[in-house]
Design a protein around this ligand. Structure first.
Ligand code: 9MR
Ligand code: 9MR
Length: 599
């Protein structure tokens, strides 16, 4: 909303950063370091962007024998600016490697540096700088702009990734599973705009739900920061914070997924089967809205209720519409409490068969709690408070199928306004959150990479990087509630993990780092093999399930990542993975001043 950045410039910069053959602007400012085997550099695992001056700073070193010392060298002058001892990690990595920790938190002078282990290896350059995550934070949000359906992306904002509009979605067929008297099978509705879910082009309400909730919660958590942030999107400067402009692009679609007659919400807008790996404007298969479900309708109610209060100061009339939409969705879900999306059942009864993503959630209590919490905050109506009264408040990390804590985070953020809610129960919620965060923080100490997700192979599911990013949000919330700076350091550990301090050596965000995904399972990127992948996207990450049967370099949980277009189970991108990245990167960018006290 503030200063205008030149978007084209950013695009070129990102292109340079991702192209291994081009000298990145960051590196070209530096005298060429002595040639190192790249494998040696890859044995030093650290946040490939670098660190804010006050942050905790560590690197993990693999594959060195008897190393005792390390140094940090100023890349401009070649002078050593920091020396330290390596500490051997107690536990080996899951693939049996020994590892050492190099900590240099006390080095805070801004600059370009590399880390050197005597006689062994030299890292790629990294920066210590205020707002070192500024561009990443913005790109994690402009990634949503790249995912827009129904709009052409102009060069002035999309740079080299400019493209024609895809999927107008103004003639979407009502699938037989969704037919009603007013909208019989085959009737046409318009449900334009919105974001493509992921590497595919479909639009799924359930997954949009957590994505929207996470982005609006980031805004509610850091409002001044986001009011000042400038994103390179067409609506910049229109008086609405840019993040809310981007979110509203998807809200416009979401609103059209509600049947105006009864308030129920279609589960998804989809082709019958996945499109091939074609450009958006070449993907022309018929699109359908399918069955209304309870999960989609409750997620919709939660999102619209939150939108009603977030947009109220900027767009009061729009805000009232959001609230009415939320209330009629809630009403439908009260009358239809257990309509689940079971695609194979559906295909026995209706044509055509639907074969795309299911987001089939069998447990609906968490969606009900989330919707009730958002409605309570936005309306103050005690009937929603009653729904929450017998809630099991055990902490569960949010995911598309587990949204309870999206609502409970919101209750804690708005507790001052919740006069009618028993303050003991809010204290208990806070305790649950802090206990869960403290346990995760402790678990990270036993991981060779010093990160919470590294403590348990079971966390490496499809989309494991979003598990990590959601842990990062938990740490940010624990820091807000307790003021304990060690939680902020754990949030930093989490971002460090995503940006390179991990068992694969990749920075998992396209275009940000020295070793980044080059072949994401992303149709928009696959359509332009001549270009670097679109920037700012978090790939799914290590997933030993390997459900795609592609080639993987390793079967070990935290190394089970394949940078191939084939690999939708480890290398797809998705909106519900980018949203927690956006929360974490923007949150750390907003909070870095407070990170100063280092152990
Ligand atoms: O491209 C699809 C991706 O978005 C999904 O996550 C994935 C799992 O549902 O499926 C991908 O589509 C593949 C399909 O399931 C099987 N044939 C190959 C398709 C893509 O290459
Ligand atoms: O993120 C989803 C993951 O939790 C599931 O295990 C997986 C298989 O059902 O599907 C993932 O979601 C995909 C969706 O079904 C279709 N669009 C791409 C999504 C990311 O891979």
């Amino acid at each position: 909303m503030a200063m205008k950045q030149t978007i084209g410039q950013f695009a070129v910069l990102s292109a340079l950063l991702t192209n291994p053959l081009a000298a990145s602007p960051v590196i070209s400012a530096v005298p060429a370091p002595k040639l190192q085997q790249s494998s040696a550099a890859e044995n030093i695992r650290l946040n490939q962007l670098g660190f804010p001056p006050g942050a905790k700073k560590i690197a993990v070193i693999l594959a060195v024998d008897d190393a005792t010392g390390f140094s940090v060298v100023d890349a401009q002058t070649g002078k050593q600016v920091f020396t330290g001892k390596l500490q051997r990690a107690d536990e080996k990595t899951w693939s049996g490697k020994s590892s050492w920790i190099a900590e240099f938190s006390r080095l805070s002078r801004p600059g370009n540096y590399y880390l050197e282990v005597a006689g062994a290896a030299r890292s790629h350059p990294f920066r210590i700088q205020q707002e070192v995550y500024r561009d990443l934070a913005a790109a994690s949000l402009t990634a949503f702009y790249f995912q827009r359906a129904s709009s052409a992306l102009g060069e002035e904002h999309a740079g080299i990734w400019a493209r024609a509009a895809g999927h107008p979605d103004n003639q979407v067929q009502v699938h037989a599973s969704a037919a009603t008297a007013s909208r019989p099978t085959g009737s046409l509705i318009s449900a334009s705009k919105g974001w493509y879910d992921a590497g595919d082009y479909n639009k799924y309400v359930v997954n949009s739900g957590i994505t929207m909730g996470t982005l609006m919660s980031a805004f509610e958590r850091f409002p001044q920061y986001f009011v000042a942030q400038a994103l390179d999107i067409p609506e910049a400067g229109n008086g609405l914070p840019d993040i809310l402009d981007e979110v509203q692009y998807n809200l416009e679609w979401l609103a059209a997924m509600q049947d105006p007659v009864d308030g129920g919400v279609y589960h998804k807008l989809t082709t019958a089967s996945f499109e091939g790996m074609v450009a958006a404007d070449q993907a022309r298969a018929q699109r359908y809205v399918v069955q209304k479900t309870t999960a989609a309708t409750l997620d919709f109610a939660a999102v619209m209720a939150q939108a009603a209060r977030v947009y109220r100061p900027f767009q009061p009339a729009q805000s009232s519409q959001y609230l009415r939409a939320a209330q009629s969705a809630w009403q439908w879900a009260q009358e239809n409490p257990d309509i689940r999306y079971r695609q194979s059942e559906l295909n026995k009864h209706f044509d055509p068969d639907i074969g795309t993503g299911t987001y089939g959630d069998e447990l609906l209590d968490d969606e009900r709690i989330w919707a009730a919490a958002e409605l309570l905050i936005s309306t103050g109506d005690s009937r929603f408070g009653q729904v929450l009264e017998n809630t099991d408040n055990q902490y569960l990390l949010p995911s598309w199928s587990q949204v309870k804590w999206l609502g409970l985070y919101s209750l804690l953020l708005h507790r001052d306004a919740l006069q009618r809610v028993n303050s003991d129960s809010l204290d208990a919620l806070e305790q649950q959150l802090l206990t869960a965060a403290a346990q995760l923080r402790t678990s990270s100490h036993s991981s060779p990479y010093r990160v919470a997700i590294g403590s348990d192979p079971h966390l490496f599911v499809w989309g494991s990087n979003a598990v990590a990013a959601n842990q990062g949000i938990l740490f940010i919330e624990a820091y807000r509630l307790s003021g304990d700076a060690s939680f902020l350091r754990s949030a930093q550990d989490t971002l460090d993990y995503l940006l390179g301090r991990n068992a694969t050596g990749y920075s998992f965000v396209t275009g940000f780092g020295h070793h980044t995904p080059q072949h994401p399972h992303h149709r928009l990127a696959a359509a332009r093999p001549d270009l670097p992948p679109l920037p700012g996207f978090l790939v799914g990450g290590p997933n030993p399930g390997q459900q795609d049967d592609c080639e993987y370099p390793s079967d070990v949980a935290d190394e089970s990542y394949s940078d191939t277009q084939c690999s939708y189970a480890s290398n797809e991108i998705a909106i519900n993975w980018n949203a927690p990245l956006a929360y974490l990167a923007n949150g750390l960018n907003a909070l870095q001043e407070n990170a100063r006290d280092v152990d």
